[in-house]
Design a binder for this molecule. Structure first.
Ligand code: ZN
Ligand code: ZN
Length: 414
């Protein structure tokens, strides 16, 4: 056996798509000019994978758990704990965590009516808005709140006897009243009671907040309530570093996936603010950070968010454009990879522009590095990948395949 080699899992978030009429029936990836990706496809082994299982619409969280080798059906306990970890919060086993939206409500006939579920996609002032919640305790339960990107925040509840079976405080549509959280078991009821107090209190604390006075004056909707959803109990997870006896780092733009990476035992590499998870992110800085991480760690997971953003926007031209820019920016990274490294180039799920959300479509991948069985595929795309030598896999299969190629797999049997 050779000495164990390095592994890079390079993820273009929301990469895969469906044929788009305005692109002449090609997908954005097929339509994009991507010489770097095409070279890797030509030098590698290609295939398609279903992030969870065929037809299952994966979230970024469940797909990343699978790509790191975990069974999401065993370990996934709702987005809340992962979101909270991603923004750097301390989450402990037994805590119940939520994602929250800053939203806008109006009082009408004694009811709070949600008029904007994302408070005008507020981008500034959310750190000030969470400050009045410092040290909050409700019914003997400690409440920790932290802002995330844009209109998002995370809430962690710590106390005895809490349950996570609590419905989302989300009207799903604007023009409806703020719903009440409810739970079935006593533990869930206890959590629901705290959540309902928290929601009402958030309106009291936020409605007259200076940040919101300023927003009203400039004609923007106030971020005057917090709506918690995605309740989850923090799970115990064996770290990849122990499971596979390696060092691991993550270069990740957005909080949710940072949280997953940290939960799975990867060191999260700090990134400059210009690496912001948007379409205008600093791709050069992202690639440099990835190259530095590859030099330092045995296993690196990199996730660049732009393609998912364009997919959610339903903007085919923007998706083509961001893929072309990622391809160009990645050339130096991929040209400079250390000898013997194994690379997986892939998405985490499909975010088709026609769907504007994640779909259950299969995702193309390239396995590149020594020992890969090079096939006849010469371009990176959904349909070329379908003709590749690696066939069709599930997300959870990819890490074992990489560990095997990298000489890191344990023998099963004598
Ligand atoms: Zn994703
Ligand atoms: Zn997405």
């Amino acid at each position: 056996m050779n000495a164990p080699g390095k592994i890079l899992i390079f993820i273009c978030d929301g990469l895969a798509d469906r044929p788009v009429a305005e692109l002449g029936g090609r997908t954005p990836l097929e339509a994009a000019t991507t010489p770097t990706f095409d070279r890797l496809a030509a030098q590698g082994e290609n295939g398609l994978f279903d992030p969870i299982a065929p037809g299952v619409r994966a979230g970024s969280d469940t797909s990343h758990l699978a790509l790191l080798g975990y069974d999401p059906y065993e370990y996934y306990t709702g987005r809340g704990p992962f979101e909270a970890l991603g923004v750097g919060m301390d989450v402990r086993p037994g805590d119940v965590a939520f994602r929250c939206n800053f939203a806008t409500v109006e009082e009408r006939d004694g009811e709070l009516i949600v008029t904007d579920r994302r408070a005008g996609r507020i981008t500034e002032g959310t750190a000030e808005l969470v400050a009045p919640f410092d040290g909050l305790e409700l019914d003997g339960v400690a409440c920790y709140l932290k802002e995330s990107t844009a209109h998002r925040a995370a809430l962690v509840l710590r106390g005895d006897g809490l349950g996570a079976g609590v419905a989302d405080v989300d009207p799903h549509e604007e023009g409806r009243p703020v719903p009440e959280a409810a739970g079935e078991t006593p533990a869930d009821e206890k959590t629901a009671a705290v959540v309902n107090q928290f929601v009402r209190l958030s309106y009291e604390k936020l409605k007259g907040h200076a940040v919101n006075e300023a927003r009203r004056q400039s004609g923007e909707p106030p971020a005057n309530i917090l709506l918690p959803r995605g309740a989850g109990m923090a799970p115990a997870l064996p770290p990849v570093t122990e499971l596979y006896n390696l060092t691991a780092g993550a270069v990740v733009e957005v909080g949710l996936i940072r949280g997953i990476a940290r939960y799975c035992g990867l060191e999260v590499i700090p990134l400059p603010p210009a690496v912001n998870g948007g379409l205008d992110t600093d791709l050069g800085a992202f690639m440099e950070a990835t190259a530095a991480a590859v030099a330092q760690y045995d296993l690196v997971l990199a996730n660049v968010k732009g393609p998912d953003v364009a997919g959610h926007d339903g903007d085919a031209a923007a998706k083509v454009d961001v893929l072309q820019r990622i391809d160009a920016a990645s050339a130096a990274l991929f040209d400079g990879l250390p000898a013997g490294l194994h690379l997986a180039l892939l998405g985490d799920h499909a975010t088709p522009v026609a769907v504007r959300d994640h779909s259950g479509d299969a995702v193309p991948f390239v396995l590149w590095g020594p020992g890969a069985r090079v096939d006849d595929v010469t371009t990176y795309g959904e349909r070329p990948a379908a003709t590749g030598g690696a066939g069709r896999l599930r997300g959870q299969d990819l890490l074992p395949i990489l560990l095997n190629l990298a000489g890191r797999a344990e023998k099963f049997g004598a």
